[in-house]
Design a protein around this ligand. Structure first.
Ligand SMILES: [Zn+2]
Length: 274
């Protein structure tokens, strides 16, 4: 083969490879929106004042569930087991009783197509709890949380997010041996499998430490940092907070404009690992 033919062959090969392999390199852009610490009915339905009609009267804010529905987004909620007991309204006086129990709210979350996973039963810091009460207590608290979720969903949750991601390595291994899949921010995990900590809790209350100009912009900036490393899949960790709900429309619109698709954690992990 002469030089000219070789060049032609190489060009043809490059064109063929580029055509065939575009899908190989075009990883789907995925977001798994997650919310910890609920269910908090006053956040999910957007009612701050007792007696206020859902989402309509003064004192009412946007309900997180309606915001997600309006945007066609399915999310994953990491719930504390203690809230999934009958006639629990949440923590008084911080959480208004709006006439919907946490348990009823959880059933509604599921009915609307969202996923419910495990955030332990007690929400204790598992590293500290282990030091004080032993690893058996930690395994028990996670198991009890899983049973509470199962009481709503009918199936044992696969995913666990430890409160503040805090968990000793040996307890992590033991929980994994018991079938729990653990979300983490540890640098030992590939970036795509590390939670993005939105730090939305800093925007609640007086809002000290909340990203400027906004939580939504702070999260978009974090995503852009990951994109610079070639990462286009993100598990975003938020909390059930009214201040977070208020930022969701802007955030979801911006991420959709960037080409992201919203999936549950289970779907995300399936797609990432395939
Ligand atoms: Zn939490």
């Amino acid at each position: 083969m002469n030089m000219g033919n070789r060049v032609v062959l190489r060009v043809v090969l490059m064109v063929v490879l580029a055509t065939v392999c575009v899908p190989c390199f075009a990883a789907e852009k995925l977001i798994a929106l997650t919310f910890d610490d609920g269910p908090r009915p006053y956040v999910l339905y957007g009612v701050k004042q007792p007696g206020a009609a859902l989402g309509t009267t003064p004192g009412a804010t946007q309900g997180m569930l309606d915001v997600l529905d309006r945007n066609g987004v399915k999310a994953t909620f990491f719930y504390m087991g203690w809230r999934l007991t009958p006639k629990t309204w949440g923590e008084t006086p911080h959480e208004t009783n709006i006439g919907v129990s946490c348990l009823d709210a959880a059933h509604d979350v599921l009915r609307r197509g969202h996923e419910i996973e495990n955030h332990t039963y007690s929400h204790a810091d598992l590293r500290i709890a282990e030091r004080k009460k032993g690893e058996g207590w930690v395994l028990g608290d996670v198991e009890r949380g899983a049973e509470a979720v199962k009481g709503v969903t009918g199936t044992k949750p696969l995913w666990l997010r430890p409160p503040d991601w805090d968990l000793a390595d040996h307890a992590r291994h033991d929980l994994e041996a018991h079938g729990f899949h653990i979300l983490t921010i540890s640098s030992q995990n590939p970036v795509a499998l590390r939670d993005v900590n939105s730090q939305d809790y800093l925007c609640a209350g007086k809002g000290a430490g909340c990203p400027k100009p906004s939580l939504a912009q702070g999260v978009i900036k974090a995503i852009e940092q990951r994109e610079k490393k070639g990462v286009y899949t993100h598990v975003l960790a938020f909390h059930e907070l009214t201040t977070t709900t208020a930022q969701l429309p802007e955030l979801i619109t911006a991420l959709k404009a960037k080409g992201y698709r919203f999936v549950t954690v289970t779907e995300y992990m399936k797609l990432i690992r395939n």
